[in-house]
Design a protein around this ligand. Structure first.
Ligand SMILES: [Zn+2]
Length: 677
C-alpha cells in the first residue's frame, strides 16, 4: 500500500467563505480519524476566467488553513466536458467555443466539444490559477467521458470532430451517415474507429490538463474519477488513454477514483451493485495506477438520504472489491446541520481501525469467486433489429450482481476467478474465440444465454441446447443427482413469478450431461430438463439454469443447488461456500497463489443471522480470527475443523441486520499494523 491519505473529504464552496471553512475545520478536527485529506472543488459550471481566478485565490488561502490544521490539501477539477443539464442553474457564461454536439446535431448548452482549442486555452488558464497553491493531488472529475452529457447522450458529432475524424476514417462522414453506419448499419470497423477517436479526444484533454497543472505544481499527483465500463462502453473497454496520458505527462503513478450512483440507501442492496461495479473498474486499471480510492457519494447530503451505517457499509464493500482508500462527499453540502455531519464523521472515525486492519490482512490479494464475463469488445457487438441506437454501448446486467446475496462469491477478471458467470448481455458481446476459451473453463449460465448464442450460429459449440419451454404451468422437481445432496425430490413452484427471461427446456448434447431438475406439469407428469450440467469437449464444465436464474429470491434447496453447481464447474475451487442459508454476501480475497486470506461477510437482511458456517478452500494459514467494526482487535475463531490441507470448516458468530464482519486467515505471525493507509 502506498503512503497516500486513506480517507478524503471533499468540500465544495467552503473556500469562498472563511467563517464557513472554520466551521467545517472544527468539525473535522473533532473527528480527526475520519479525515486525512481535504479536496477543494474548482467551480462547477463554466464561469468567465476572472471568476475562477478569484475563487482560486480564495482556495489558496483556505488551503493554508487546511494544512495548518494537519490535513493534506488536494483538489478536484469539478468539470471538464461538463456534467450536463442537472447543473444548468450554474454560470455557463464562460463558454465561447463549440459545445458538444449529439448524433442528431443537437448541441448541449452545458457541455464542451473536447477538441476545440479555445476550450483548451480556457482549461489551461483556469488550471494554472487553481493549481498555483500546489495541491498534493489533483483529480479530474468523471465528466471527462464521451457520453452522458444531457441533453447530449453521445458526443461529439460537431463539424470539427467530424472533420478531424476524417483523417483516420479515410473520408469525411456526414453526421447522419456516420450515425447510421455505426448503429443500424453495423459497420463495426467504422464504429471501432469512432470509439478510438473518442478515446483519443479524452486522452489529449487529459494531457492538456496534466501539463497545465504540472507547470505550476510540479510535485502534484494526478488522478481521474471514472464510471464503470460496462455502462460507459461508449468510451471503450477501459480508461487507459486518460490514465496513460496523465502518467506520461506527469512522470508519476496516477490515482483512480471509481464510482457511480447509490446516492441514498433507501434501497440498501444498491450498495452491493455499486461496490461490484467498482470492482469492475478496479479490474481494468492500467499499470500506471497505484491508488484506487472509492467514491462514497451522499448526494444531496441530507439527513434523510444515506444513513451513517449505510455510508460505512458501502465503504467497506468498496474496500472488499479492491479499493485502498475512500473519498466522501457529505461535507460538500453545507445546507445540512452540523450535528448530522458530526454523526457521520464520528461513524467513519470509529470504523477506521477496522478498515485498516482489513486492508492490512488483505494486502496483495484480490476479490475471488465466479468472474462475471464481460468482453473487452462488448461495444463492438452488432445492434439487433429494434434496439435503440447506441444500445451496444451499455451492457445491462440487471440483477446479476445480487446473486452474491445467496453467498455466491462474484468477482471480475480471471486472475482470482474459480470459474465464470455468463449473463445473456455478455453473451451478445462474446466473440467466437472468446466463447471457445470459455468452453475450456467452468461456466454457470442460463437458458437465455444459450439461446442468444444459438441465434448467432454458435450452438454447435455448446454442451447443452436450449429451446423455449412450451408448458407454462411450471413446476420444477429436483432429481436425485448427487449435486442436489439432501434436496433430491424437492419442488420449486411459481418459478415464473420473478423470471426476467423466457423459461427454456434444455437438452444435453453429450451423454455425460446430467439433469439437476426437470419441469413437471400440474398433474405430476415429468417434462424436459430445466437445470443441467455437462462437460465440454474442450475439458470445461458448464451448469445451465433453464428458468429464472438471475433472480436472487430462491429456496434453500435452489440456493444449495446453485452453490453446488458453481463449485462443480470450479472443480472444488470456489474459495468459500456459505453453508448456512440466508441473505449473506461473501467476498473472499485470495493471493496470487490462490490461497484464501480473508472473507468479508455482509448480512444484507433485516434479520439477525444465526451463526454462519463456512466451507473454506485453500486457507492461507492456521490462524482464524473474526474482525468486527468498532472493536479493538480480532477475536480467535474457536469453531475450526480442518478437513484436509486444502479445506476447512469454520463457524463465525451471528451478524446483526445490515452489518459486516471479516474472517481473517493468517499465518503463524501476525502482520504488522502500522496504523495508516
Ligand atoms: Zn466536437
Amino acid at each position: 500500500m502506498k503512503d497516500y491519505p486513506f480517507l478524503t473529504m471533499r468540500l465544495w464552496q467552503q473556500h469562498k467563505d472563511p467563517a464557513l471553512l472554520d466551521e467545517y475545520l472544527r468539525l473535522l478536527k473533532r473527528r480527526r480519524g475520519a479525515c486525512d485529506e481535504v479536496w477543494f472543488a474548482t467551480d462547477y459550471g463554466f464561469p468567465p476566467v476572472d471568476a475562477h481566478r478569484q475563487f482560486a485565490a480564495q482556495m489558496a488561502t483556505a488551503a493554508e488553513k487546511v494544512r495548518a490544521a494537519g490535513f493534506v490539501a488536494s483538489m478536484q477539477i469539478s468539470n471538464t466536458l461538463g456534467h450536463g443539464s442537472y447543473l444548468k442553474y450554474l454560470d455557463f457564461r464562460g463558454i465561447t467555443w463549440q459545445r458538444m454536439a449529439g448524433p442528431d446535431g443537437r448541441v448541449s448548452p452545458y457541455s464542451n466539444c473536447p477538441r476545440d482549442p479555445a476550450f483548451h486555452d480556457y482549461l489551461r488558464e483556469i488550471l494554472r490559477a487553481y493549481a498555483a497553491w500546489k495541491p498534493a493531488s489533483v483529480w479530474i472529475d468523471d465528466d471527462l467521458r464521451m457520453m452522458n452529457h444531457h441533453p447530449v447522450d453521445h458526443g461529439c458529432f460537431c463539424p470539427r470532430c467530424l472533420a478531424e475524424f476524417a483523417t483516420g476514417a479515410g473520408r469525411v462522414w456526414p453526421r447522419e451517415e456516420l450515425v447510421e453506419a455505426i448503429n443500424a448499419g453495423n459497420n463495426i470497423t467504422l464504429r471501432r474507429a469512432w470509439l478510438a477517436f473518442g478515446r483519443q479526444s479524452l486522452g489529449r484533454l487529459a494531457g492538456i490538463i496534466a501539463r497545465a497543472v504540472k507547470t505550476v505544481a510540479p510535485a502534484a499527483r494526478l488522478g481521474f474519477q471514472h464510471c464503470d465500463n460496462s455502462w460507459a462502453g461508449y468510451n471503450g473497454p477501459d480508461w487507459k488513454p486518460v490514465f496513460d496520458e496523465l502518467a506520461r505527462v506527469s512522470g508519476q503513478p496516477v490515482g483512480s477514483r471509481p464510482g457511480g450512483g447509490f446516492y441514498t440507501d433507501h434501497a440498501p442492496r444498491g450498495m452491493i451493485d455499486k461496490a461490484f461495479f467498482i470492482g469492475q473498474q478496479n479490474s481494468r486499471l492500467p499499470a500506471c495506477v497505484d491508488d484506487s480510492r472509492a467514491e462514497v457519494e451522499n448526494l444531496p447530503g441530507a439527513v434523510t438520504g444515506k444513513s451513517a451505517q449505510g455510508t460505512v457499509l458501502e465503504s467497506t464493500l468498496a474496500l472488499a472489491y479492491g479499493c485502498n482508500g475512500l473519498t466522501f462527499t457529505p461535507l460538500m453540502f453545507t445546507h445540512e446541520e452540523a450535528a448530522w455531519h458530526d454523526r457521520v464523521l464520528a461513524k467513519i472515525a470509529a470504523w477506521r481501525p477496522f478498515w485498516l486492519r482489513y486492508l492490512e490482512a488483505s494486502r496483495d490479494t484480490g476479490p475471488a469467486g465466479l468472474e462475471l464475463a464481460l468482453s473487452r469488445q462488448q461495444a463492438e457487438r452488432p445492434l439487433k433489429p429494434g434496439e435503440h441506437p447506441f444500445a451496444w454501448g451499455s451492457a445491462q446486467f440487471q440483477s446479476a450482481p445480487q446473486l452474491t446475496t445467496l453467498g455466491l462469491p462474484l468477482c471480475w477478471g480471471s486472475e482470482h476467478a474459480a470459474a465464470v458467470l455468463l449473463h445473456p448481455t455478455a453473451a451478445d458481446g462474446l466473440s467466437e474465440k472468446e466463447l471457445r476459451s470459455l468452453l475450456r473453463r467452468g461456466v454457470v449460465t442460463d437458458g437465455e444465454t444459450l439461446r442468444r448464442l444459438q441465434d448467432r450460429g454458435l450452438g454447435r459449440l455448446l454442451p447443452v441446447e436450449a429451446q423455449p419451454a412450451t408448458d407454462l404451468d411450471l413446476l420444477e422437481r429436483f432429481t436425485d443427482d448427487p449435486l442436489n445432496g439432501p434436496y433430491a425430490g424437492r419442488s420449486v413452484t411459481l418459478t415464473g413469478l420473478f423470471g426476467g427471461f423466457r423459461p427454456c427446456i434444455l437438452t444435453a448434447r453429450t451423454a455425460a450431461g446430467r439433469a439437476l431438475s426437470r419441469y413437471e406439469s400440474a398433474e405430476g407428469t415429468a417434462g424436459g430438463m430445466c437445470v443441467g450440467v455437462a462437460e465440454t469437449a474442450a475439458g470445461g464444465r458448464w451448469a445451465v439454469f433453464g428458468n429464472t436464474f438471475w433472480d436472487p429470491v430462491v429456496t434453500t434447496a435452489r440456493r444449495a443447488q446453485i452453490l453446488a453447481a458453481a463449485d462443480w464447474v470450479s472443480r472444488g475451487r470456489l474459495p468459500v461456500l456459505v453453508e448456512t442459508p440466508g441473505q449473506v454476501v461473501a467476498v473472499p480475497r485470495t493471493d496470487r497463489q490462490g490461497r484464501l486470506r480473508s472473507v468479508l461477510l455482509l448480512n444484507c437482511s433485516l434479520d439477525r443471522t444465526p451463526a454462519i458456517e463456512l466451507r473454506l478452500r485453500r486457507p492461507a494459514g492456521p490462524r482464524y480470527s473474526w474482525l468486527l467494526p468498532e472493536r479493538q482487535r480480532p477475536v480467535p475463531v474457536k469453531s475450526v475443523h480442518v478437513v484436509r490441507k486444502t479445506e476447512a470448516h469454520v463457524v463465525v458468530p451471528p451478524l446483526k441486520p445490515w452489518s459486516v464482519g471479516v474472517l481473517l486467515i493468517e499465518g503463524s505471525t501476525s502482520p504488522k499494523h502500522d496504523g495508516r493507509g
